[in-house]
Design a protein around this ligand. Structure first.
Ligand code: NDP
Length: 429
């Protein structure tokens, strides 16, 4: 169990010691370590090939989420984020869940939805029938556009025709949308799907005499859900001088609150995405796509709700999360960014579905840490201690004094840049 033994006490090591330990324990070459730390990461030339009008690249901190155990496997999770306390929260909660056997997770096959919007088709029932009658021809046509994907076992698997109420169209007709269900295997799939949708659209126009407007994937990837679950004996939760049962009750109250109130659910889910976005960035994923899918899924009933829930059962606290995760291990920036390649090595080269299991578990871990603090002593205590370091740095504190200034800010109960400057002035005499 690499996560537990070799990384205990990791947060107390210096930067150099951490790098040496990670390289040695995970078998990273000098080049891989330099790619991971950013020392030799994305250069200006690579950035130039990725976006338009490129000038350079932008850096963010990268840290390791530790102690994660998912389906019996230990993971060290590279996480990229500017917010203090997220990585600590994930590592803390992962350790807690790990001591109760770890997360149990599953991810559905990589089935995505491609949409084609058809208009001016005449009678809705007639159009629907004609499209469905040509189902296998349309699927074959879509698949002929991605033969490699089909050879790998993926491709267009099915189609549906949806008639939707919509704001008044030219002929007052309902909105007709053809949904293609496409298995994108190891790819996130946006480009694969968009190519297929643009390729089959003319045939749908021919079949119906209608006119196609939009042809693109949907980011509501609700056929590609990932789930993770943890069961923690309540006695393991005791902390802050409180019995485990009290902490569990606070967590369940937090869950009730999020289920009943979209104002709370938004913040509950933001915490989940703190963890998921951070590992998404480190692994080169399209995090806007993940965010769009997560929030659309959270609102699927017509009322925005939490992506995770917590309940008490037989002396245990049980947490569950479910969300769409359209992840890729091939394509896009994955091939270009050396840091992403190194991150995949750190993770043990997971496939897209295994990665989704890990992402869901990271989200649930972050959520557990948040609701545990929120439902008991409050979030500021832990948060401010970590935030104080970045406040100290913002105030111009030299590295060797950051810990001292941060500690004084927390001690004085005012974590502000002004105060940090004053503390620094006092230290300098
Ligand atoms: P790519 O266009 O890079 O496609 C992935 C490629 O990987 C495939 O074309 C395939 O090529 C190759 N491949 C190799 N091995 C496999 C495998 N085992 N399974 C699947 N494919 C494999 O990326 P995506 O299609 O995933 O598109 C993702 C990109 O699209 C992201 O960068 C995203 O930001 C962007 N995007 C997102 C949108 C959105 O979310 N709304 C809209 C438009 C773009 P081959 O079959 O030829 O070998």
């Amino acid at each position: 169990d690499i996560s537990r033994s070799i990384f205990s006490g990791f947060h107390r090591l210096s930067l150099e010691e951490r790098c040496a330990r990670v390289a040695a324990e995970l078998g990273l070459s000098d080049a891989e370590l330099a790619a991971l730390t950013g020392e030799e990461g994305l250069g200006a030339e690579k950035a130039y090939s990725m976006v338009e009008n490129a000038l350079g690249y932008f850096s963010l901190p990268l840290g390791l989420g530790l102690h994660l155990r998912v389906n019996g496997r230990a993971y060290v999770a590279p996480m990229v984020i500017e917010e203090a306390s997220v990585i600590a929260a994930v590592s803390f909660a992962a350790k807690l869940v790990g001591s109760a056997g770890g997360f149990i997770a599953e991810a559905e096959p990589s089935l995505m939805v491609g949409q084609i919007q058809l208009t001016r088709y005449g009678d809705p029932a007639w159009a629907q029938e004609h499209i469905l009658a040509a189902r296998s021809e349309l699927l074959d046509l879509a698949n002929a556009l991605q033969p490699q994907l089909v050879r790998r076992g993926g491709g267009a698997k099915d189609l549906e025709v949806r008639l939707l109420d919509a704001p008044e169209g030219p002929q007052g007709e309902p909105l007709l949308v053809v949904h293609f269900l496409i298995d994108t295997q190891e790819a996130m799939g946006a480009n694969l799907i968009n190519t297929m949708m643009e390729g089959v659209a003319p045939r749908i126009e021919e079949l119906t005499g209608g006119r196609v407007f939009l042809r693109i994937l949907s980011n509501l990837a609700d056929r590609r859900l990932a789930r993770s679950r943890c069961v923690i004996p309540e006695e393991l939760l005791s902390d802050y001088g409180m019995p485990g049962a009290d902490i569990a009750e606070g967590i369940v109250q937090a869950s009730r609150f999020a289920q009943a109130d979209p104002y709370r659910a938004a913040t509950h889910n933001k915490g989940i995405m703190n963890g998921i976005d951070a590992i998404a960035l480190a692994t080169g994923q399209d995090w806007r796509a993940i965010e769009a899918g997560a929030h659309a899924y959270a609102a699927r009933t017509g009322r925005y709700g939490p992506l995770s829930t917590w309940k008490r059962e037989d002396g245990n606290l049980v947490g569950e999360i479910e969300l769409p995760l359209a992840l890729g291990t091939v394509g896009g920036p994955l091939l270009v960014h050396p840091g992403v390649k190194a991150a995949f090595k750190v993770l043990g080269q997971p496939g897209a579905r295994e990665l989704a299991c890990l992402f869901a578990s990271v989200g649930l871990a972050q959520n557990l840490a948040a609701v545990r603090a929120l439902g008991s002593v409050g979030i500021q205590k832990g948060h401010m201690a970590l935030h104080a370091r970045s406040v100290a740095v913002s105030a111009g504190t030299p590295p060797e004094w950051v810990e001292t200034v941060a500690a004084r800010l927390v001690q004085q109960g005012e974590v502000k840049v002004d105060r940090a400057r004053r503390v620094l002035g006092e230290l300098k005499g």
